[in-house]
Design a protein around this ligand. Structure first.
Ligand code: NAG
Ligand code: NAG
Ligand code: NAG
Length: 265
């Protein structure tokens, strides 16, 4: 893929997302944002069997008093995250955020475990569960951001051009449908990460693997790269966060993501 394709792709994505929500630019006032990250292991802190984009996003892209908490939990679905009490913790954190004069945003990203046959969660249930998460965040006083699931790094070569296997397409579509049904802000991490992985290729993509054969979870460097991608998408969807300097990606990483070039932090 030519670098310009990725660049215009990211731009188009950002424009589509902002026009979909059609929200006026709001000010966060004097209260810096607090990002509460709800999700599965592809959001969670790096551990022996999990690790996603969350810590890279929190560690490297937030400025001027913006902060956040990674509530990603390995192996969770939209059902087991609520049943296990993790969602209640996120909502309590939204309420606490309002008390401490921060502006709470909740990113919501599931799908990797919901899609497993053993989870027995239909696409309709998955969509409804995401819509309920959005409603709960709003009731608690926060702003939800639905996130389509991070791409895995498995490749296939049936057309003679190695491409990422797009095995989360149904979950991506359902996440967007849930956002449109509720008027929630959303970002298309699935599409953006797929495009980036296709641009850099399998050998470079695998350097972000948690361990050599783990195509799903990210190591610390992968977390920084894909955390940066999430930050760019959030900046595009919620322009006030960029305008006020709260979310900012290091120039070299921003350029690499926009041009589809490999980056090692
Ligand atoms: C985030 O920061 C913590 C604390 O410094 C560090 O242990 C961890 O490796 C960092 N993770 C990422 C993904 O940047
Ligand atoms: C799967 O879920 C459906 C609908 O909730 C239920 O009727 C069915 O018994 C479940 N199947 C298994 C194997 O748990
Ligand atoms: C993909 O397929 C093409 C054409 O069959 C082949 O030339 C190329 O080496 C393959 N690449 C990989 C990474 O398998």
């Amino acid at each position: 893929m030519k670098p310009t394709t990725v660049c215009s792709f990211l731009l188009a994505l950002v424009l589509a997302t902002t026009s979909t929500i059609a929200q006026p630019t709001k000010s966060t006032g004097s209260n810096p944002p607090l990002f509460l990250l709800a999700g599965d292991s592809t959001t969670a802190t790096q551990s022996s069997n999990g690790g996603g984009w969350g810590d890279g996003f929190l560690n490297t892209t937030l400025h001027h008093g913006a902060s956040g908490i990674n509530y990603g939990v390995n192996g969770r679905t939209t059902v087991s995250y609520r049943a296990g009490g993790y969602w209640a913790t996120v909502l309590a954190s939204v309420a606490a955020s309002l008390e401490t004069s921060t502006t709470p945003y909740v990113t919501i990203q599931f799908g990797h475990n919901d899609q497993k046959a053993s989870a027995n969660i239909s696409i309709v249930e998955y969509t409804t569960n995401l819509e309920q998460f959005v409603a709960d965040v709003r009731t608690a006083g926060g702003t939800p951001i639905l996130v389509t699931p991070l791409s895995r790094r498995g490749y296939e070569n049936s057309t003679g051009t190695p491409k990422v296997v797009e095995d989360l397409a149904d979950q991506r579509a359902a996440t967007i449908a849930a956002a449109e049904a509720t008027g929630s802000t959303w970002i298309d991490l699935n599409e953006a990460s797929t495009q980036y992985l296709n641009a850099i290729g399998e050998a470079d993509a695998w350097t972000y693997n948690l361990n050599p054969t783990d195509e799903t979870h990210l190591n610390v460097e992968g977390s920084v790269v894909f955390g940066g991608l999430v930050a760019l998408l959030i900046e595009g969807a919620l322009s006030e966060l960029k305008a006020e300097g709260y979310v900012r990606v290091k120039k070299e990483l921003e350029k690499a993501l926009e041009e589809g070039k490999y980056y090692w932090p």
